[in-house]
Design a binder for this molecule. Structure first.
Ligand SMILES: NC(=O)C1=CN([C@@H]2O[C@H](COP(=O)(O)OP(=O)(O)OC[C@H]3O[C@@H](n4cnc5c(N)ncnc54)[C@H](O)[C@@H]3O)[C@@H](O)[C@H]2O)[C@@H](O)CC1
Ligand SMILES: [K+]
Length: 494
């Protein structure tokens, strides 16, 4: 995967492997800790000049070690500090023990801390090493600080946020500023962790990029770096057939709007031709509403089979407002040699028998994209959804592997995952994008990319990103119609 350095996302497990690799390559780990702690102190002085006192809360591991470095740095700069330790500092090990010794003073115990107005808290209790709910002693102090509404600078992660999943383990700080090192962790981007970090600063403590790259798997933030290379091949001046022919299946006469939203979005996103496939009962309703999108009567499986002889119809969207579960299943299985975006009812239709769908799309190039929200995800992958040990990224990848499909696991922190293990977390969606018809629009954009020949993972990732951009451009209060109108051209990097 092309990796933009800024888009790196490193799991805590990868980070500790990177840490070991750095040490093995001769890099002094205490210097890394010193850089980390000094960066935190610098952020404290830069962002909180009005602080009456910096209160550094230090935990039992290296996150605490960063805290002692920050405390020593702030002491040297002459500002008032208070240091409170969770656990006995005499039991610190390695670099953290050295940082504590070099600070050279005596910490008070965490339970003695009483939050006071004017305090700015530096949270160095737990970082990447948090493995279970924070101890009660920490939870009590976290709650007291929240109650007093003090600013909190988190070292690496707000204590209590699981760096792997973004979940809160017991209780967590809500930081106003977080300083993390080298790269973001999934917990900075997945919900609810993303909302708990405040302003996020990524500080380079000096681990060479070659060491980072060896350990980073295929997870990154979604952005043009992932797919712009494929977008470049899509020449907007090409003949309309070369820009692909997308087909969208309409629902019945009382549920045609969703498919039309998909179709309009597909056209706006760059498909050369878009056809709405409608059963006869809904034909007139659709005809009354369509202009640039073409309309074709597809009454049943027989009619679809005839249409499929036209190989130029290169991609399909099935599910928005579709309603008829049995027909959805039949059509999805018939389309298995084409590219398909399966959304909404198209996903739900396979609740009882997901394996039939997965088998149909196994083998060959990945050509199925599924776009479930939480509820739809649980219908097809109940065991994966119910496994508490998995992060949203893990769940999306497990589902993609099982289904041979690209999974767009929707939400405020949409994850796009490929059967080959690549995954991206999307971050550009404004909260107001969660509106009726928004998902239909997304399916249409992805369908347009597939119709144009983009590989499924890139098509989906680019679709999610353009959808987010369109939401931001259309602004708060948007309707799904505004969203389609706000789709911008694909950015293509030269
Ligand atoms: N990875 C790197 O390259 C660097 C990491 N640094 C710091 O090191 C941190 C990671 O250090 P550690 O791996 O020591 O992890 P932490 O300091 O986050 O915490 C781990 C310690 O807490 C214990 N622990 C975990 N969950 C607990 C719970 N719920 N209740 C009580 N004890 C619990 C663990 O047994 C371990 O002793 C990072 O977050 C970062 O702040 C920095 O020093 C810079 C370099
Ligand atoms: K922390």
């Amino acid at each position: 995967m092309p990796m933009d350095r800024d888009a790196f996302i490193i799991t805590p497990a990868e980070m500790s492997a990177i840490d070991r690799d750095a040490a093995l390559s001769g890099i002094d780990s205490f210097r890394l800790m010193t850089s980390a702690g000094m960066a935190v102190a610098a952020a404290a002085l830069r962002f909180y000049p009005e602080a009456l006192r910096f209160v550094i809360l230090c935990g039992p591991g290296n996150n605490g070690g960063d805290g002692y470095v920050a405390a020593a740095t702030l002491c040297r700069s002459g500002v008032p500090t208070g240091v409170y330790a969770l656990g006995d500092p005499a039991r610190l090990k390695g670099d953290a023990a050295r940082a504590h010794a070099e600070w050279g003073r005596t910490a008070e115990s965490l339970a003695q801390y009483r939050p006071k107005p004017g305090d700015v808290v530096i949270d160095a209790l737990f970082g990447a090493g948090l493995s279970r709910p924070v101890p009660d002693e920490a939870a009590v102090v976290i709650r007291a600080i929240k109650h007093e509404d003090l600013p909190v600078i988190a070292v690496d992660l707000p204590s209590g946020v699981d760096g792997r999943s973004g979940q809160v383990l017991g209780e967590s700080f809500h930081a106003s500023h977080t300083v993390t090192f080298m790269a973001r962790k999934p917990g900075h981007l997945l919900m609810p962790g993303r909302t708990l970090c405040g302003r996020l600063e990524i500080f380079d403590i000096g681990i060479p990029e070659r060491i980072l790259r060896i350990r980073t798997a295929g997870l990154c933030e979604n952005g043009p770096h992932l797919w712009a290379g494929h977008a470049r091949a899509l020449d907007p001046s090409a003949h309309k057939f070369k820009r692909g022919h997308l087909a969208v299946f309409s629902g019945g006469p009382l549920a045609t709007g969703a498919a039309r939203l998909s179709a309009m979005a597909g056209l706006k996103a760059g498909a050369g031709l878009v056809t709405l496939a409608s059963a006869s009962a809904a034909l007139n309703v659709n005809a009354a509403h369509l202009t640039a999108v073409m309309l074709k009567e597809v009454e049943d499986a027989g009619a679809l089979a005839l249409w499929l002889a036209d190989k130029r119809v290169s991609a399909f969207v099935l599910g928005p407002g579709f309603g008829d579960m049995e027909t959805a299943r039949r059509y999805a299985l018939m389309l298995s040699d084409r590219a398909l975006v399966l959304d909404a009812d198209g996903i739900t239709a396979f609740k009882g028998d997901p394996a039939s769908l997965f088998d149909a799309y196994a083998g060959g190039e990945t050509r199925l994209v599924m776009t479930p929200h939480d509820g739809e995800f649980a219908r097809l992958f109940p065991d994966i959804e119910a496994d508490p040990s998995l992060s949203k990224v893990d769940r999306a990848i497990a589902a993609a592997r099982r289904s041979h499909a690209v999974i767009v696991y929707k939400g405020a922190d949409t994850v796009i995952a490929s059967p080959d293990g690549r995954a991206a977390i999307n971050t550009n969606a404004p909260p107001w994008l969660a509106t009726a018809g928004s998902g239909d629009t997304l399916a249409g954009i992805i369908g347009a990319h597939l119709a144009q020949g983009m590989p499924a993972f890139e098509a989906a990732a680019a679709g999610v990103w353009r959808h987010g951009r369109a939401g931001a451009k259309a602004g708060e209060g948007l309707t799904a119609e505004d969203l389609a109108a706000a789709i911008e051209p694909l950015p293509a990097f030269s």
